[in-house]
Write a protein that binds this ligand. Structure first.
Ligand code: ZN
Length: 234
């Protein structure tokens, strides 16, 4: 396995798709991993295949670096979480002050499983699209959590993984801008058309910023970011 190799946590959403392009632009070999935790909807997981198919067709240089993809069954996470992402309940703020879309420990669990796969595959970097700039306050998206986890994983596996977080300090408009810089309009179009970030998994309606219900917090955030990005371009 080349030193310059990475494993990207790829969910099928805008952020992780941008991270995948970022990794393919800078590393020689890239594998992808996704997680099925009995999300309320499957639209994001379906979007993974659509995005990768488009990437292979439109970016042959990147496709040549793309290795194995795997989806791990983490249904146990759905069993232990009582949240709006894993149960059919209304999205609202919980007594903790966090939105009830927060799945406790989700990113810690994802990154731990990803590191275990990276260890076995000899991949040096693990790339995740977490961001604390315009996030929903999820504590496991914060830079401190990721840094602490990097230390814990490296101690626990006696290894030298680097957890890469290219989106940590940029907002949604800047994430679109990053895609523009990496792959120009073809990449922006691919991310807009193929990825799904909507909490409801609504893919029947297409907006200028992509598919989604247009009402949930994730759609609102995506809409605002794309608008700011489009205005900055013109
Ligand atoms: Zn939505």
């Amino acid at each position: 396995m080349p030193d310059n190799s990475a494993l990207v946590l790829f969910s099928g959403g805008q952020d992780s798709a941008t991270c995948l392009a970022w990794a393919l632009d800078r590393f020689d070999y890239v594998e992808t991993i996704g997680f099925d935790y009995r999300q309320r909807h499957r639209a994001e997981l379906d979007a993974r295949g659509q995005f990768c198919a488009g990437l292979t067709t439109r970016f042959p240089d990147w496709a040549a670096k793309l290795g194995e993809d795997r989806v791990l069954d983490l249904s146990v996470l759905g069993e232990i979480s009582e949240t709006a992402l894993t149960r059919d309940v209304e999205i609202k703020t919980a007594p903790s002050g966090l939105p009830n879309t927060f799945v406790p420990g989700r990113n810690i669990i994802f990154l731990t499983f990803a590191a275990a796969v990276a260890y076995r595959r000899g991949l040096k970097r693990v790339v995740t699209g977490v961001c604390e700039t315009d996030f929903s306050g999820y504590p496991d998206c914060r830079d401190d959590t990721i840094k602490a986890l990097q230390v814990a994983l490296n101690l626990g596996m006696e290894s030298r993984f680097v957890l890469e977080t290219p989106l940590m300090w940029i907002d949604k408009a800047q994430t679109w801008m990053l895609a523009q810089r990496l792959g120009g309009a073809p990449l922006v179009d691919l991310i807009r058309d193929c990825t799904v970030t909507c909490y409801q998994g609504h893919v029947e309606t297409t907006h200028e910023w992509g598919r989604g219900c247009g009402e949930c917090p994730a759609c609102k955030l995506r809409e605002r970011g794309f608008k700011e990005f489009s205005e900055a371009l013109t």
